[in-house]
Structure formats: structure tokens, C-alpha cells
Design a protein. Structure first.
Length: 364
């Protein structure tokens, strides 16, 4: 966790009637410096998709799988498949560039008035009216990205094959010439023979046929026999290499937009922009405060005395769909889909939630 630094801003003015003036940034002259700009926060949705990638590798002797192993369950050609295994949604906070305001004091007076505001380093308002720096520390809520480690791929190596009847030490030129002239089918038959021998060895080990006490090594021996058999079988049946990775998207919800296309996803291409099912994020059942909603003109074009803008977030149902099939659903708050409101600040002390822009403490 890392600590956020805060900027405490104090501006002193002399005023007959202590008045604070608040304007939207669009309603402020460019040369004004005697005041403070502050932002309200908006949410950015961070979507982490855990994607499984399966690579199917054809066995070297797959053409003989059906004939020699009497099976149709084998990989006939190399290919790659993708699938979405998990979706994780988290909310990030950043300053809303459309909700930037300027606060100043009215210069007409005899008595000093302090404009005391505390802001985060990126300009989001944290408090108002506290002349002493607040003895509190906000901490970032760091969302952990869980990235599944990719499974290690299996290393395949070729084990020289020989007939049991052949002498291991036989190295004459005629024999070597004979071995090099073996057809692919002959090699496949030799591997099948090795598989049969391994299965016999396995049976002898687990049944105690040899009447030998191998002690604790029996488990190791059995595992080695099964591993070697599996490796030989992969030369016919093929092999599968499975890895996982995380694909991340950032979405900024906007008022009036109930659906946003994230990407397309296909079994053969994964996430892409051209083919596959359309992946969307949908916003529904938006629950907004009953406070009268301020118009855009009221926010951007009017000047307010002794008032500050703050946010009232909305509760929202979020659904992620793949071609209209719901693959994720949750309910959460989204700042910018809620309401903007005003609160009196003359002789008041306020604390804002820096993640939502809502008021969490009001003292007057």
C-alpha cells in the first residue's frame, strides 16, 4: 500500500462578507490565479480477462493412430484454441476532466478570510475549511492483478528404439544401413512394440509378478514407466500445451451510454477486432439519488456563492455479455452515472471521499 500525499492550500482574502465564489472551469477567465481549481473523481472500470490458450500438436505418427492403436481420439492437425476462464472487475479513480471547478474569494472587505482546501496530488478535493492539515492519511486501494502463471511446456525428445532380439553392441555397416532404411511405418510399429513392452512392465510392477521387493522405489519406477508410455503415445495421439494469460481493458462509463463494445473474441483468434463474438459491457438498473438533477448549463454556466459541487454516485448493475450471453454480472457504484449537487460551505468544514466525490463529514 502506498500513501497519498495531499496539498493543503490556504489563500487569505479580506472580505466584508465572507463569500466563496465557485465556477465551472469553462466559466472562468484564463488569467484568474487568485483561487483554487479542484476536480471531482470519476471511475474507470478495469477488466481483467483470464484467457486459456491451448495449443494442440499433431503426433509425428498420427497417420497410424487409428490403424495401430484402434482409436479415433487423436489430434489430426496442429491448431490453437482460446477460451475465457475468469473475469475480474475493479474500479479505479481519476480526476474527471469534465468536472473541474474554480473556487475563489470575493475581494471586498476588511476581515481576513481563509480559503483552506486539501487536494490529492492529481487535484481531487479531499477537504474544505480545515486550517490545520488533517491528521489522517488516505491510502490507495491497490487492486491486485492475479495473473495465472503459464504452465511449463513439456520437452519432447526421441528415444532410440531397437528390437529385443538385436544385439545392443551390433554396429556393423550392414545393420546400420538396415536401420537407416526403415520406413516411417516400420518405426511406428517399433514404437507400438515398445508401448506394449512398457505396459507389460507396468503390470509386472503393480502385481508383484517378479516377486522382488523394490521397497519405496516401486512408486518411482511405476511413475517412470507411465511417463515413458505417455511420451511414446504422444507420437501417435499428439500433445496439448496449455497456458494462461491476462488481457486487460479499461472502460470509462459515460452518462447516457448503456452499452460499450469491448472487443471481439473467437475460439481460434482470442481477443481481436475482426471476428468472433462481440464482447460488451452493459449498464442497467441505474439507481440515482432523488436529489434534483442539475442541468449541464446550471453546472457549467452559473456562478455560485458559498457553495461547492460534490458527487452522489449511482448504484449500477454491470453485465458483460458475449453475443448476448451473460458471462459476468455484478452491482457496484459508478461516480459519473450519479448526480452532481451543491452544498453550503460558509463557516463549514467538509471531508470528501476522494474515491467517489461524496461528502463523508460535514461540520458547521
Amino acid at each position: 500500500m502506498k500513501k497519498l500525499l495531499f496539498v493543503l492550500i490556504v489563500i487569505t482574502s479580506f472580505n466584508l462578507n465572507a463569500q466563496y465564489i465557485t465556477n465551472h472551469a469553462n466559466n472562468v477567465e484564463q488569467n484568474l490565479v487568485d483561487g483554487v481549481f479542484y476536480n471531482l473523481p470519476r471511475n474507470v472500470i478495469k477488466l481483467d480477462f483470464t484467457v486459456e490458450k491451448s495449443q494442440y500438436h499433431k503426433g509425428k505418427y498420427s497417420d497410424y493412430a487409428k490403424e495401430m492403436l484402434d482409436t479415433e481420439d487423436y489430434i489430426e492437425e496442429d491448431n490453437t484454441k482460446f477460451s475465457i476462464k475468469e473475469i475480474h472487475l475493479s474500479l479505479l479513480t481519476e480526476p474527471d476532466p469534465d468536472m473541474t471547478f474554480f473556487v475563489s474569494t470575493d475581494d471586498k472587505s476588511k476581515e481576513p478570510i481563509n480559503l483552506c482546501m486539501e487536494l490529492t496530488p492529481n487535484g481531487i478535493i479531499s477537504s474544505f475549511g480545515y486550517q490545520d492539515a488533517l491528521n489522517k492519511v488516505y491510502e490507495d486501494i491497490e487492486n491486485e492483478n492475479i495473473i495465472l502463471d503459464a504452465n511449463e511446456s513439456t520437452d519432447y525428445y526421441y528415444i532410440p528404439l531397437h528390437d529385443d532380439d538385436e544385439d545392443d553392441e551390433e554396429t556393423d555397416d550392414d545393420t546400420m544401413e538396415h536401420k537407416t532404411k526403415l520406413s516411417e511405418k516400420d518405426i511406428a510399429l517399433s514404437i507400438i512394440k515398445e508401448i506394449k513392452n512398457l505396459r507389460i512392465a507396468y503390470f509386472d510392477l503393480i502385481t508383484g509378478y517378479q516377486e522382488v521387493n523394490y521397497g519405496n522405489t516401486i512408486t518411482y519406477m511405476v511413475d517412470q514407466v507411465k511417463a515413458l508410455e505417455s511420451e511414446y503415445l504422444s507420437m501417435f495421439l499428439g500433445s496439448t500445451e496449455t497456458t494462461s494469460f491476462t488481457k486487460t481493458f479499461y472502460i470509462i462509463p459515460e452518462e447516457g451510454t448503456n452499452s460499450i463494445v469491448i472487443s471481439k473474441f473467437s475460439e481460434n483468434e482470442g481477443f481481436n477486432s475482426k471476428s468472433g463474438n462481440v464482447i460488451k459491457i452493459n449498464f442497467a438498473d441505474i439507481s440515482v439519488s432523488s436529489v434534483n438533477k442539475m442541468s449541464k448549463d446550471a453546472i457549467e454556466k452559473m456562478t455560485y456563492e458559498n457553495k461547492l459541487f460534490y458527487r452522489i454516485p449511482a448504484n449500477v448493475n454491470i453485465k458483460i455479455t458475449s453475443s448476448d450471453n451473460v458471462i459476468y454480472e455484478d452491482r457496484t457504484i459508478i461516480n459519473q452515472l450519479g448526480s452532481i449537487a451543491l452544498i453550503p460551505i460558509n463557516k463549514a468544514k467538509l471531508v470528501f471521499d476522494i474515491n467517489t466525490g461524496q461528502i463523508i463529514s460535514y461540520i458547521k
